[in-house]
Ligand binder design. Structure first.
Ligand code: ADE
Length: 226
């Protein structure tokens, strides 16, 4: 998979891709992430990429032309499955959306800044708008990192068996059951006996029951999806 991330602050997004699992995914050639600085596509001598909004109001708007030039250049080089604008106005990211995006070859993530982007960029190029939650970040960069992480870890070969994405919270619309490792007792707190029993049928049943209990307590809305 190839992800092209367009932003005014690409340096904000370096470290998540240079560490741990995402880094290994890139080294193994399973994912490529390319950053593009919008300022490199500015057309006037001040390298301007934002301007005041028509009609007035607070904040600056990212101009249509630099973004159009950047996206058009990428589109001329390859076919993109989705061009995604990260914005609080978008559809809230879910595991289902991450699963779907993980099946694609080429994605563009477009990070907004300031008040947002000129509507004509959305009309010309954007195929999907995604929010990572009902709160406002200073820009789309951190949201792009979250989205990239949620997608790249699903690519075949990125996680090993022990890290398998199939047992994640949300993968089956259930939150995860409690987990424990050594020691068996810590500050008087023990480990549920069933986990020490070696009875894998009973362990699976306990984990499922706990997942349902925790989901019922914390996120009953998830159970309605079943
Ligand atoms: N940009 C600013 N806030 C955002 C959010 N919650 N999700 C995605 N992009 C954003």
């Amino acid at each position: 998979m190839r992800i092209d991330i367009i932003s005014v602050l690409p340096e904000l997004m370096q470290s998540p891709f240079q560490t741990s699992i995402l880094k290994r995914a890139m080294e193994k050639g399973l994912a490529e992430v390319h950053f593009h600085n919008v300022r490199d596509f500015a057309t006037n001598k001040h390298r301007q990429i934002d301007d005041t909004p028509y009609g007035g109001g607070a904040g600056m708007v990212m101009m249509v032309e630099p973004l159009d030039l950047c996206i058009s250049k990428l589109k001329a080089e390859r076919n993109y499955d989705e061009i995604i604008y990260l914005t609080p106005d978008g559809t809230t990211l879910t595991q289902r959306i991450a699963n779907r995006l993980s099946t694609f070859e080429n994605l563009i993530f477009l990070c907004g800044h300031y008040k947002g982007i000129d509507q004509r960029v959305r009309d010309l190029h954007v195929t999907q708008e995604i929010s990572i939650g009902d709160y406002v970040l200073t820009g789309g960069e951190l949201a792009a990192c979250v989205l990239a992480d949620s997608v790249i870890r699903l690519l075949p070969g990125v996680l090993n068996d022990e890290q398998s994405a199939l047992t994640d919270s949300f993968q089956d619309d259930l939150l995860s059951p409690p987990i424990f490792t050594r020691p068996e007792v810590y500050k008087g707190l023990g480990v549920p006996k069933v986990l020490l029993s070696g009875n894998f049928g009973a362990i699976e049943e306990w984990r499922h029951d706990e997942a349902v209990r925790i989901t019922t307590e914390r996120r009953p809305d998830l159970l309605e999806n079943n």
